[in-house]
Design a protein around this ligand. Structure first.
Ligand code: F6P
Length: 526
């Protein structure tokens, strides 16, 4: 934390540290019995999305002190800077403008040029591509309509679109198959290609930088496969390839037809890019009108974040509950447990969003942080998780706050099964708080385990857009409080560089004995 920021917020950090001590023995159950209005005060009900944060080890004094910390951290000013397009990603001298991507009336300008014009142009290009692919007018080299779309990308160029396509698969009625390839493990793409017909397959290469090793190698594998199966020299320049990138020149150099390149911009962070042309696979899967509903849902959350008072702001409240456990009660991780199989990728998506954004140890002024930053984010769907890690949540020794997520109105499956699903989640959250006394130690549940519960009215594009934007802003708020840059990711570079050195054998002898031995054993070096 920088010296000035530390000075501004130190009274709030101190107050919270002392509250952590004085409330250490408090119980959530007592908070409920002593305050009949607790649920009303500790919940936020927005059209489409409801947050209950009453099952936290947070009383009114703690809550006020947390809000005070947010205020003293200049949250409101920094929020305005982000939406305004100030270069808040200071190490890359870039704004972080994912919010402009979902605001058709954005007034933001970069170097005097309104961003809305370029955004609208790319959205239109997306719509045209998506409509053509879905209607069958986008054909392959032999004139056949597309049956299979393969998104090649990794990290933000994969996880967001993949998670959304899986969550909203109910909205994809065209019979088109959408696949995602990310890992440099060549068995992933070769297994998929073995099932596809080259004449009817379209590859969407997603890479902001167009330099990412995994993506380029998988793209080369796709090019070779098309060459072999379609007998054409440069399939990357054919209608079997679309590239989506912030480096269009690199895609052109690779041979992609400029007409088949969709652009986004350096001011969109990779892990915030599903709202840009990177979302083309979503648009193809569920139709562009539905993609726009996803954007509208995110915009509704943006508007809420901008306008609600801090103590009624969902992203702020979610962030502050996390700060409380992470920085004052010693929690090291947070579990995300969606009670919805279609949200199975949501924990992995949040892992990248949260840990790549806030896994930092340097403040905005380049000093070492004084406070712990991002927790480990993990989780999986309920009820599966109940039969795996819930034992630890109920009786383990660690404090692990949980975010439960569920869908109220389910259109698919047996309604009774959905009832059981919801009852399971509500029961788990209640049991974690309630606990149970037993004279047999192994049957004793200490209870008082905190959680938030998020209820989406339906798993539709609008509600999902709200949910994703909620977590984006939660991560932003926490980054502001920790005084770090949430929008760079320098920590991933060293490993990438070393891989290249090992592969080109230019690492010399500057390696530890374990690494040299592993290289020899794995055949990387004689
Ligand atoms: O993991 C690092 C990272 O740069 C992510 O931030 C990004 O989403 C991913 O790699 C892929 O990068 P690109 O879109 O440039 O291929």
């Amino acid at each position: 934390m920088s010296a000035s920021s530390q000075k501004n917020t130190s009274s709030a950090w101190k107050a919270l540290t002392s509250l952590a001590k004085s409330t250490a023995e408090d119980s959530i159950q007592d908070y409920f019995s002593s305050d009949p209005m607790r649920l009303e005060h500790y919940s936020i009900d927005l059209p489409g999305l409801y947050l209950d944060f009453s099952k936290n080890r947070i009383n009114n004094d703690v809550f006020k002190a947390l809000i005070n910390l947010a205020q003293l951290s200049s949250l409101e000013g920094k929020r305005a800077s982000m939406f305004h397009g100030d270069p808040i990603n200071i190490t890359e001298r870039q704004p972080a403008l994912h919010t402009a991507l979902r605001d058709q009336e954005s007034k933001v300008e970069i170097n005097g040029v309104p961003v809305v014009n370029q955004i609208t142009r790319q959205l239109l290009k997306m719509r045209n591509c998506s409509d053509a692919i879905r209607s069958g007018t986008w054909t392959g080299n032999t004139g056949e309509p597309i049956t299979d779309v393969v998104n090649i990308g990794i990290g933000g160029s994969d996880l967001g679109p993949k998670m959304v396509c899986e969550a909203l698969d109910e909205f994809g009625e065209t019979g088109l198959n959408i696949h995602f390839i990310s890992n440099v493990d060549g068995s992933e793409i070769s297994k998929l290609l073995a099932t596809l017909n080259a004449e009817t397959t379209l590859f969407i290469v997603c890479s902001k930088s167009f330099t990412t090793q995994e993506t380029l190698l998988n793209t080369n594998a796709a090019v070779s496969w098309l060459q072999r199966n379609l007998d054409i020299d440069s399939p990357q320049g054919s209608s079997h390839f679309i590239a989506i990138t912030a480096a269009p020149q690199a895609a052109i150099k690779f041979g992609v037809d400029p007409a088949n390149i969709l652009e986004f911009w350096n001011w969109v962070g990779g892990r915030y890019s599903l709202w840009s042309a990177i979302g083309l696979s979503i648009s193809v899967a569920i139709g562009h009108d539905n993609f726009e509903k996803l954007l509208e849902g995110a915009k509704a959350m943006d508007d809420h974040f901008l306008s609600a008072p801090l103590d009624k702001s969902m992203p702020v409240v979610l962030a502050l509950t996390g700060i409380w456990y992470n920085n004052f009660l010693g929690a090291e991780s947070i579990a995300i447990v969606p009670y919805c199989e279609r949200l199975g990728l949501f924990p992995a998506y949040l892992q990248q969003l949260d840990m790549e954004s806030n896994g930092k140890s340097t403040t905005l002024s380049g000093l070492a942080v004084r406070n712990t930053t991002a927790p480990v984010v993990w989780g999986q769907t309920g009820t599966n998780g109940q039969h795996a890690f819930f034992q630890l949540l109920h009786q383990g020794t660690r404090l692990i706050p949980i975010d439960f997520v569920a869908i109220v109105k389910e259109n698919r499956g047996d309604p009774f099964q959905h009832k059981v699903l919801l009852a399971s989640m509500v029961a788990q959250a209640a049991a974690l708080v309630k606990g149970e006394v037993s004279d047999k130690a192994h049957q004793h549940y200490s209870g008082n385990k905190p959680s938030n519960t998020l209820l989406l009215d339906e798993l539709n594009p609008h509600c999902l857009g709200m949910l994703i934007a909620l977590y984006e802003h939660k991560v932003f708020v926490q980054g502001v409080i920790w005084d770090i840059n949430s929008f760079d990711q320098w920590g991933v570079e060293l490993g990438k560089r070393l891989t290249t050195l090992l592969l080109t054998d230019e690492s010399g002898n500057d390696l530890d004995p374990s690494t040299r031995d592993l290289m020899r054993r794995s055949g990387l070096r004689d």
